[in-house]
Design a protein around this ligand. Structure first.
Ligand code: MTE
Length: 304
């Protein structure tokens, strides 16, 4: 994502033909009789097979050593090496804006009484890599219900800690700090959206966004703001970090969409961390049947 340092980024290497051939390889690997299917049905079948992607959870080691958390450096290995400076206890979250229960909450109080869940989700980074993550946490909708937004609330904003001592990467101008992300309220209320506090039944490590982070599996990974200290309910759409940094490249919606290229690379395929082969990226990261109705009537090329 880093604007000034492109070598890690996938380039536009995929022609339509090679995409088609790769699709055939992928279908063959999935045990399908490729030659028996006409192309259009082949494609429909590929999309329908979303759930049949190899969704084996990524290893704990990869999940905790290959990260994006620019507050601790821009290389994938830096968050694991540098995030030891972050103190996650005690941790206070300020709930603000259009909400009936604004207050500063200790994390334990914030989530007290809310049922915990375990959910294994695909995780697709806008850079072209992906993972499968067994999250622990709570459903965001349950937290929102507890906090009681007013009828004026239309968006929710999530802000990461701002503290150069604990997060030395904030001394660099690589992004406008603090890191801010946001959702429309109805997106935030979707049952798939989580506030994660753990991975693999263990508390989140700092590099993964301890002690709490946002998880929206149908969106590119940058939506998932880490180490959240403020949740604000708003009447209007919040300004979000990557959208401020590069508005042509990172939209507010950030829905995973293989049909809409990033200006500098294709989004049609992805590489699962731990696997050599690339695979097709699915609309809404394979969750279209559950979330597409949130966007009925919207032009997803404009609202990328
Ligand atoms: N949150 C903060 N505060 N800072 C970041 O740099 N990176 C985002 C997102 N949340 C980021 C962040 C990006 S680009 C991605 S892909 C995911 O975190 C990566 O999450 P992971 O390291 O747990 O895979």
């Amino acid at each position: 994502m880093l604007i000034r340092r492109p070598p890690e980024l996938p380039t536009r290497e995929i022609t339509d033909e090679s995409l088609y051939l790769n699709r055939r390889v992928w279908l063959a690997a999935a045990g399908m009789a490729v030659s028996a299917l006409p192309t259009s049905r082949l494609w429909a079948k590929t999309l329908a097979l979303g759930a049949a992607q190899d969704d084996k959870p990524t290893s704990y080691k990869d999940l905790t050593t290959y990260n994006n958390f620019y507050e601790f450096g821009t290389s994938k290995d830096e968050p694991a090496r540098n995030a030891g400076t972050l103190r996650t206890s005690p941790w206070t979250i300020s709930v603000e804006g259009e909400v009936k229960k604004p207050a500063k909450y200790d994390l334990a109080d914030l989530i007290k009484g809310i049922a915990t869940v375990g959910r294994t989700y695909r995780h697709r980074c806008v850079e072209g890599w992906s993972m499968v993550i067994p999250w622990n946490g709570i459903q965001l909708k349950d937290l929102i219900a507890k906090l009681e937004p007013t009828s004026n609330a239309k968006f929710v904003e999530f802000t990461t800690l701002m503290d150069e001592k604990q997060m030395p990467g904030q001394r660099s101008g690589v992004l406008p700090w603090p890191y801010v992300e946001g959702l429309r309220l109805d997106e935030a209320m979707h049952p798939l959206a989580l506030i994660a506090t753990g991975i693999y039944d263990k508390p989140l490590l700092n590099q993964n966004g301890a002690p709490l982070r946002l998880v929206t599996p149908w969106k590119y990974g940058f939506k998932g703001g880490k180490s959240i200290v403020r949740i604000r309910f708003l009447r209007t759409q919040p300004a979000t970090t990557w959208n401020i940094a590069a508005p042509d490249e990172y939209g507010f919606y950030a829905n995973v969409n293989p049909a809409v290229d990033h200006p500098r690379w294709s989004q049609a395929r992805e590489r699962r961390i731990g696997s050599l082969l690339k695979q097709a990226t699915l609309p809404f990261n394979g969750y279209a049947d559950q979330v597409a109705s949130l966007y009925t009537g919207m032009d997803l090329r404009k609202n990328f």
